[in-house]
Design a binder for this molecule. Structure first.
Ligand SMILES: Cc1cc2nc3c(=O)[nH]c(=O)nc-3n(C[C@H](O)[C@H](O)[C@H](O)COP(=O)(O)O)c2cc1C
Length: 192
């Protein structure tokens, strides 16, 4: 199974990076063909420029966007790993969606309304947060953490099976809890 991981964290020493490594170990143990898109490492330019938009709107896909879309479409499953930044993805990842999930490639409109075009079998969204679970529950903010990605983007674009995992209190986790999470992630990779 060809699995694309889109990873967005600038620090190679971060917990997010440890999650990436644990996940890759699990996926590889289960014989997945893993492709990692490390947005910071490749200095991905997340800005959808006026010229790009103009070309897209006239039905042409600029070569840089085409190449990104090919990577997405070649995968059978897709996983995202990122920290929650202002209740959302880091801007570099938001920009990746702006650039890659274009009209006529990721979705289209017909007389029945919107139609998702992505055929990936499954998606998993892994998010780390600084806040506590009780904070998000007490403020009714739990769905805000993941829904823009899980429902607003992946589900909207046709992926039926979209799962998510959120890890809270990450900056203050003990080493023991970190290890437990990493084991859980590796197992999730084996079972994905
Ligand atoms: C720019 C920025 C914005 C953040 N916004 C939030 C937020 O909205 N909610 C939250 O719970 N944590 C927020 N955090 C905390 C991070 O989510 C947390 O530190 C990270 O998930 C920990 O993982 P790491 O050690 O791999 O960076 C923010 C951190 C930064 C740097």
């Amino acid at each position: 199974m060809k699995t694309l991981i889109v990873y967005a964290h600038p620090n190679p020493q971060s917990f997010n990076r440890a999650i990436l490594d644990a996940l890759v170990a699990g996926l590889q143990a289960a014989k997945h063909e893993v492709v990692i898109k490390d947005l910071y490492a490749e200095n991905f330019d997340p800005v959808l420029k006026a010229q790009d938009l103009e070309q897209l709107q006239s039905g042409n896909i600029p070569p840089r966007i085409q190449a990104e879309q090919q990577t997405l479409l070649d995968a059978e499953q897709i996983i995202f790993i990122y920290p929650l930044w202002w209740f959302d993805r880091p801007a570099i990842l938001k920009g990746w969606f702006d650039i890659v999930f274009t009209n006529q490639v990721a979705f289209t409109f017909n007389d029945k309304g919107v139609q998702g075009l992505l055929k990936h079998k499954k998606a998993l969204v892994i998010i780390t947060a600084g806040g506590s679970e009780s904070y998000f529950q007490d403020t009714d903010a739990m769905p805000l953490i993941h829904r823009p990605v899980t429902d607003g983007t992946l589900g909207f674009c046709g992926i039926q099976d979209v799962q998510h995992k959120i890890y809270f209190d990450v900056p203050s986790l003990t080493d023991e809890k970190r290890q437990r999470i990493l084991q859980e992630i590796e197992q999730a990779g084996k079972e994905f």
